[in-house]
Each structure stands twice: as structure tokens, then as C-alpha cells.
Design a protein around this ligand. Structure first.
Ligand code: CMP
Length: 476
């Protein structure tokens, strides 16, 4: 047993303690009755009864031990490991029932001398009586067998069970036993449905052919904004949600209908219920939709309260200010400095797939995402997706180092580009800004490097190094 984990020994003990105790007890009784000859000759009938009873008890104990061995070796160690999931309880319970049935049949036939054919005949009558008495139980059992043969769902599938006259039940299949099917609802409640009910219901399986389950949202946007502009914002929000790992594939946005004051869009998104709950994914998606629309000056409309909207005009300096107030790096600026900077940025409209900065190249400007979504790649791997209000390119602009990553537009984007001379004016007018910027940049860098960053690279040390780099670069 060297090298076996102690839990294996514990599992053996738990599995075999009582079956082996039962076997020893019945074996002991069998030996006493068969070998000791303790019954006086006058009570020969009693002796016969005692022998048959101990034979039957021993046969039962052997059956129990055989079932335990089968379950321990075959079911728990082979089936479960090969399948990498919990096989339906029905399989285990069904096999055990068949072995018990065989054991009982053999005992009746060989120990008690009941002939198999009369046994089958009586079992027919008995079965009829029992069948009437246990009609529901039998129907659940047979439905369970049918469910296992037909397999309309497997363990951990996400299903919707629609039964006439009852509210539909949605959930993950947690167990199919000989009598019932247990689902775990999105609210993490266990619901047990009799197999007969499941067999009679319409079952929609959301996990097959893939485990993704489809959901829909409707959002009504302003009629006066061109549809392709709205589509781009919704697409970018859906893409961001997918890149963050919430949905299984990018959300689709389609026009569902035109109504009085707006265009109703249908957002279709796919959730893996094993990873996230539907509510959390909807939260993340709606949060992103809100961000992309808000940064573009838009909002959903209500049919009863039409309000013509106007999207942000990126070419007008004053309309850039609401976004600039949300940019983390610009939180160090005074209101007047932000307004002055908004006057000096240039607007860049980039097409989907365009590379905005390339790793390793010289760079003397930074960018704020005004609309759309960009991805940041380091050594070919995506490290971030940046949405409206996010910025990039600050490292090279502030320190003069080559670009540390490649940034590409994932959808058509509008970017505000801040050139070195605009930054230079700000820093020359208020030199303390260099320290403020370095602290913000250092904090962001530490946040990005995550818990695996070397301990020595704390935000304070990094901020000092960045501050000297900024001073040196802007003095040059
Ligand atoms: P810069 O080095 O000037 O050019 C590439 C930009 O990508 C960089 O500035 C940062 O703004 C940005 N960047 C680099 N690495 C990451 C990251 N891990 N997460 C988010 N943005 C990054």
C-alpha cells in the first residue's frame, strides 16, 4: 500500500466495513449451524429451517459484498474516471437491483428448492399485484430508464422543462436517480422532478449541441441616429463582454423592429451556465452597452417619451470634455488644463483591423478611446481590450521609451491623439504634474502586472523611476 493516499484507505474502510462485518457474522452463524450439530434430532425440521436461513443470510451477505466490490472498483474507479463525470445514479442503482434480483432468485431456487418456472409464474402474479400497488414508483423507474436510453440530456446539461399546467423549470441536471431527476436552478436551488413528469414534458436542452445557452435582450435606441452608428457601439460593447470572458461568442445585435420613437435592437448572447450565471452576464453586457452609448452621448429611449438625441460631435473641443473627465490619467489635471488639452488633441478615425501603434517603434503621442474597442497585444498575445474612456501609448509619450505593445482597432474607432508638445506645455506650466502622472502610470503598471510581479517593483519605486524618465525626456 506504499504510495497509496490515505484517503484511499479511508474510502476502502468506509466502503467495506459493514459488508465485511455482515459477511463475517453470517459466515459465523452458518458455521455454527452447519458444523456444530447443536439441534437435537427431534427438532430436525427446525434444523432444516436454520440451515436454509443461514444459507440465505450468507448468500445475501455475499451479494452485498459483490455489489460493493463492483461499485468500488468498476463504478467509482473506472466509470467515473473514464467519463470524468458522475454517471447517472440510475446505472449504479439499476445494476445493484439486477444483482440483488439474481441473488434472490438463485437463493430461492437452490436453497429453498423453489422451481424457477413456478417462480417466474408466481413472480408474474406477484408483479401484477405489486405493479398496481407501486404504479407511480414503477412508472418513475421506467421513465428513468427511458430517459437514460433516449438521453435527451446528460449530467450538467442546462435544460428547460416545460410541463403543461406548471411553470417551466430551468436548471443544470445534477442527478438522474431511479425515481427522479434533480435540477439546480440559476438561483442555486435544487428542484427534484419525478421521472414520469420529465418524460411527459417538453425538454429544451440548451447544452447540446454546445454547452452555450442563448439569451436575448431588447434595447430601443433613438430613431434619429444612423443605424450603422448604433450597430457599431452595440457591436463594440458585445465584443468587450466576450473578450472579458463573460459570453461564449461575441454578442449579435440585429434590428428587430422600427417603432414610433426608435429602433428596437435584439441583442443575442450566449452563456456557458457552468461558468457564469445568466444574471451576471446580462449585468456585464448591459454595463458595457451603457458605457459605449454614454460615451457617445446616447441613451436608450422610451416609447412613451420620445427625446431626439444628438451623438457627440468628436470634432468639437467642448464635446470632448465629458469623456476627458472620466480618463484616469487626466484626473491629475485641473478643469482649465483639461479644457486646454481638449482644444489641442487631434481626432483620428481608424478602420477595423488598423494597427494604431506597433511594439518596438518610436512613439511621441498617446491616445484616448472616444468610441469603439482596441486590443493591446504583447508578443502576439492579447493582454487587454480598451473601451471608451481608456487610454494607451502614455508610456512612450511620457518616458520616450519604444512602444511596449501593439494596439489594433477591433471595430471602427474614434481616438483622440495627444501629441508630445501638448503634454510639454502642461508639464512646463506645472512641473508637479510629472510626479502626478508618474504615480498614475506606475499604479496602472503594477495593477496590470498582477500578483506575480517581483516584490521589489512596488508602485512607489516604479513611480520614482518614471518621474525621472519624464523629467529627462521633457527637458530634452
Ligand atoms: P506604449 O508603450 O507607449 O505603447 C503601447 C501601449 O499599450 C502602452 O504604452 C500602454 O498604454 C499599453 N499597454 C501595454 N501593456 C499593457 C497592458 N498589459 N494592459 C493594458 N495596456 C497596455
Amino acid at each position: 500500500m506504499i504510495g497509496e493516499p490515505p484517503s484511499f484507505l479511508r474510502a476502502c474502510r468506509e466502503a467495506f466495513l459493514w459488508p465485511l462485518s455482515f459477511l463475517s457474522l453470517s459466515g459465523g452463524m452458518w458455521l455454527v449451524v452447519h458444523r456444530a450439530g447443536w439441534i437435537p434430532a427431534q427438532l430436525a425440521r427446525l434444523d432444516d429451517l436454520a440451515r436454509k436461513s443461514t444459507d440465505s443470510l450468507l448468500a445475501l451477505a455475499i451479494t452485498v459484498v459483490l455489489i460493493r466490490i463492483g461499485r468500488f472498483v468498476f463504478y467509482e474507479r473506472v466509470v467515473l474516471r473514464l467519463a470524468k463525470l458522475k454517471a447517472p445514479k440510475l446505472l449504479d442503482q439499476g445494476i445493484a437491483a439486477v444483482v440483488y434480483f439474481l441473488g434472490a432468485g438463485l437463493t430461492l431456487s437452490y436453497v429453498w428448492g423453489v422451481s424457477i418456472s413456478s417462480l417466474v409464474a408466481t413472480s408474474g402474479v406477484l408483479g401484477l399485484v405489486l405493479g398496481f400497488a407501486l404504479k407511480n414508483v414503477l412508472s418513475d423507474f421506467l421513465s428513468g430508464v427511458a430517459l437514460n436510453v433516449e438521453t435527451p440530456f446528460a449530467l450538467n446539461d442546462f435544460v428547460l422543462v416545460k410541463t403543461r399546467g406548471l411553470p417551466p423549470v430551468v436548471g443544470l441536471v445534477r442527478e438522474v436517480s431511479w425515481r427522479s431527476t434533480t435540477l439546480m436552478t440559476p438561483e442555486r436551488k435544487l428542484v427534484t422532478l419525478p421521472n414520469t413528469l420529465v418524460a411527459e414534458s417538453v425538454v429544451e436542452n440548451g447544452s447540446q449541441p454546445s454547452s452555450a445557452t442563448e439569451f436575448e435582450l431588447e434595447i430601443v435606441l433613438d430613431w434619429s441616429i444612423p443605424a450603422h452608428v448604433l450597430q457599431t457601439h452595440l457591436h463594440a460593447a458585445g465584443l468587450e463582454t466576450w473578450i472579458a470572458g463573460w459570453t461564449v461568442e461575441p454578442t449579435r445585435a440585429r434590428i428587430r423592429k422600427l417603432i414610433g420613437s426608435g429602433i428596437a435592437y435584439k441583442l443575442t448572447y450566449f452563456v456557458d451556465p457552468l461558468r457564469h450565471s445568466k444574471g451576471k452576464v446580462r449585468d456585464a453586457l448591459l454595463g458595457n452597452v451603457h458605457k459605449h452609448l454614454r460615451c457617445a452621448g446616447l441613451r436608450p429611449v422610451h416609447e412613451m417619451a420620445p427625446s431626439p438625441q444628438r451623438a457627440v460631435d468628436y470634432d468639437v473641443a467642448s464635446e470632448r470634455l465629458p469623456l476627458f473627465e472620466q480618463v484616469e490619467l487626466f484626473s491629475a489635471l485641473h478643469r482649465t488644463e483639461r479644457a486646454a488639452l481638449a482644444e489641442r488633441v487631434s481626432v483620428r478615425r481608424v478602420a477595423e483591423g488598423a494597427a494604431i501603434v506597433e511594439a518596438g517603434t518610436e512613439g511621441s503621442s498617446m491616445f484616448v478611446v472616444a468610441s469603439g474597442l482596441v486590443e493591446v497585444k504583447v508578443a502576439g498575445a492579447r493582454v487587454a481590450a480598451l473601451a471608451p474612456g481608456d487610454f494607451f501609448g502614455e508610456m512612450s509619450l511620457l518616458t520616450g521609451e519604444p512602444r511596449s505593445a501593439t494596439v489594433t482597432a477591433l471595430v471602427p474607432c474614434v481616438l483622440y491623439e495627444v501629441a508630445k508638445d501638448a503634454m510639454q506645455t502642461l508639464i512646463e506650466t506645472r512641473p508637479a504634474l510629472a510626479e502626478a502622472f508618474s504615480e498614475l502610470v506606475a499604479a496602472r503598471k503594477v495593477r496590470r502586472s498582477g500578483p506575480d510581479a517581483p516584490a521589489a517593483t512596488g508602485a512607489a519605486g516604479l513611480s520614482g523611476a518614471i518621474a525621472s524618465a519624464i523629467h529627462e525626456f521633457f527637458r530634452a
